[in-house]
Design a protein around this ligand. Structure first.
Ligand code: 4AD
Ligand code: MG
Length: 462
């Protein structure tokens, strides 16, 4: 028997075919006088393939009871379709029922809320919306690799289990094999992690940055792209406890070069998805976010607005907008502030740079003013922060002083300091939140709906 053809390939066949095998799940079925129409979907495309099952099929009485969600294999003829909106259909010569579904199948034709669909995260990829989200997720990952590979970046696999808190924010999930009921104790009664599996405390990584810096200081242009974990109790539509991050790191690159790369990457990804997932983007534009297309075009057409943190604070203070959180120099920009800048004021992506050193991590390079560091955040309409990065502190003495100021012990970061001890170079990098980027290109407003099985506070099902 010939190999099966995907629905996607069948629909774009250049000519009719005498014999074809297709397989997938029944989306809908309706009966006419002497035949049954089946809409078949196998997830290869948003579009279904229409199957015509004639009453001459030996198992026609079974076919007439085929319910939504059943899996079937169909052998037959690919012929020009009489129906509207499709070029080809399959006239079944043999229809095998592979697995039945009954009326308890939760994805019946009616519309479902995203909340309900989250409870059936194992079945939701069979819906049009989520099938589309996850095809775009796949393409986005591919495009990210293409972008960096075409520009000579080397892909580095940074560790998932690590001993260092890269962000110094203490949002770590501990990795341990210590028996919670009877942990070994030190003389002063603390749990003795020196007796733990790795002979020390270990955690799930919050960022691959520190390790990828080591590789940038050897291979020049590198990136890591993998899962990261944060034990932050933020129950928002933009935070997950397990998310993926793209972290490029470039030797001999300053803040300006870093901002250019981030902007180029975001634009490249939008262009790639627009041209490679047109059906999906059309669906999102119709059913998820009517402004989507216009917003994506708008972002491509213009340079991102660049302003310093100080200018941003001045604009926010001058604005007539009532904010829930007060705006003051030296405080973090809240999501509502970021969104005002990008959605209301500039109405385009905004790169904010040079933040006060107190509110940014220890590794950022101190500016000559002694007050600010070379941080940069890219903010986009609808989401807020999508990229966070900086030029790194490459001067050993300044870095050690930064660490002390942040209450970190330089002895814990000896290997990281070595990068400054031996052949140090100016270098920069950033982290692009993969899910936030996916939310931006799809218009999907909750991060839980762009992750196959999301992990958020109080929820680790599946
Ligand atoms: O700004 P962040 O915390 O930066 C870093 O981790 C740096 N080490 C990156 C670097 O310079 N190499 O995170 C970077 C991006 C954010 O801008 C956001 O898009 C995303 O990661 N992000 C999250 N996405 C989903 N859920 C969360 N809890 C996230 N926290 C950060
Ligand atoms: Mg950040």
């Amino acid at each position: 028997m010939a190999a099966a053809t995907s629905v996607k390939d069948a629909l774009r066949s250049p000519e009719p075919r005498e014999s074809i095998l297709v397989q997938g799940w029944v989306r809908t079925r309706r009966d006419s006088k002497a035949f049954s129409f089946i809409e078949l979907n196998d997830g290869s495309s948003l579009k279904n393939l229409q199957i015509i099952a004639n009453d001459t099929l030996p198992n026609y009485s079974d076919v007439q009871h085929l319910a939504t969600g059943s899996s079937i294999a169909v052998r037959g003829r690919l012929a020009a379709s009489q129906g509207k909106g499709q070029s080809w259909e399959v006239i079944a010569e043999e229809l095998t029922i592979v697995g039945r579904a009954d009326e308890t199948y939760p994805l019946q034709k009616k519309g479902h809320t995203p909340e309900f669909l989250r409870e059936i995260a194992h079945l939701r990829p069979r819906s049009n919306l989520f099938g589309s989200v996850f095809r775009v997720r796949n393409r986005l990952a591919y495009a990210i690799h293409t972008f960096f590979q075409e520009r000579g970046f080397v892909y580095v696999h940074t560790p998932i289990i690590t001993g260092s808190d890269a962000e110094g924010a203490g949002e770590l999930f501990r990795v341990t094999t210590i028996d919670a009921k009877s942990p070994p104790r030190t003389a002063d009664g603390q749990i003795d992690y020196a007796q733990d599996f790795f002979g020390r405390s270990a955690y799930l990584t919050v960022s691959g940055q520190l390790q990828v810096e080591a590789f940038a200081c050897a291979l020049s242009k590198v990136y890591t792209f993998g899962p990261t974990f944060r034990a932050e109790n933020s129950n928002t539509s933009r935070h997950a406890n397990e998310f993926w991050m793209i972290e490029p790191e470039m030797a001999f690159c300053d803040l300006g070069c870093n901002m250019d790369t981030a902007e180029e990457l975001v634009k490249y990804l939008i262009t790639d998805i627009r041209s490679n997932c047109p059906d999906e983007i059309e669906l999102f534009g119709k059913f998820v976010d009517k402004e989507l297309m216009a917003r994506l075009d708008f972002v491509l057409d213009r340079p991102f607005q660049r302003i310093s943190y100080t200018e941003a604070v001045e604009l926010l203070l001058k604005s007539a907008q009532k904010f829930e959180f007060p705006v003051e120099y030296g405080a973090n920009l809240q999501s509502e502030h970021e969104r005002w800048l990008t959605e209301k004021h500039f109405r385009c992506p905004v790169t904010v740079f040079n933040y006060p050193k107190e509110i940014k991590p220890f590794y950022m390079r101190l500016n000559d003013d002694g007050k600010t560091v070379t941080a940069m955040d890219v903010l986009v309409p609808g989401i807020g922060e999508i990229v966070g990065g900086s030029q790194r502190e490459e001067r050993l003495d300044v870095l050690e002083a930064n660490m002390q100021r942040h209450g970190l012990d330089p002895a814990d970061y000896k290997w990281y300091l070595d990068l400054r001890r031996y052949g140090t170079v100016p270098h920069s990098g950033f982290g692009l939140g993969f899910e936030r980027m996916l939310m931006f290109v799809t218009g999907v407003s909750n991060i839980r709906d762009v992750i196959p099985f999301a992990r958020t506070p109080g929820s680790a099902e599946f």
